[in-house]
Design a protein around this ligand. Structure first.
Ligand code: FES
Length: 160
């Protein structure tokens, strides 16, 4: 998977910032602007990720979250029909994938949610707890990764 750090202007060293961040927001670098014609056909235009990342960095900075939330990029997160797709993750926390993040209000809501997310012990929250502008835009909420254990242990437990 391609991972490209998208630098926020406020950071001198993004690698260090990413390592210290409490959460990482991942912006799809390959989502394309989507328009639906009157006949219902869909057209895809230019890539929107770079501009969305820049506006997200601004929103995080404006909300005082830039030191705590890193921004990175990934090529396609399977939300292609809902550009721009944006995910948020942190170790030990539920992860989220949002789609159709386009407007300044929606991008600002992602930043606001990132701030809320930092305060959630396990990352789990309902749609009612998330910013209004993100209603209907959650494509996935995944539980925190479980600690892996050897397959032989799983088999032994299932036999008993
Ligand atoms: S191209 Fe962005 S999710 Fe697939």
């Amino acid at each position: 998977m391609a991972h490209d750090l998208i630098p926020c202007e406020t950071r001198a060293d993004d690698t260090a910032s990413s390592a210290m961040a409490g959460a990482v927001v991942i912006v799809c670098t390959t989502c394309r602007a989507r328009t639906v014609d009157e006949d219902g056909s869909t057209r895809y235009g230019e890539r929107v990720g770079p501009a969305v990342s820049e506006r997200l960095c601004t929103a995080l900075r404006d909300q005082g979250l830039a030191p705590s939330v890193a921004v990175t990029g990934a090529a396609c997160m399977a939300g292609c029909g809902r550009p721009c797709a944006i995910a948020i993750q942190a170790p030990g926390k539920a992860g989220y994938l949002f789609g159709s993040i386009e407007t300044d209000e929606e991008i600002s809501a992602i930043a606001t949610f990132a701030g809320q997310y930092l305060e959630l012990a396990d990352g789990w929250c309902s749609s009612l707890q998330r910013p209004e502008a993100l209603k209907g835009k959650t494509l996935a909420r995944l539980p925190a990764p479980v600690v892996a254990f050897p397959l032989s242990m799983a088999n032994a437990e299932s036999v008993e």
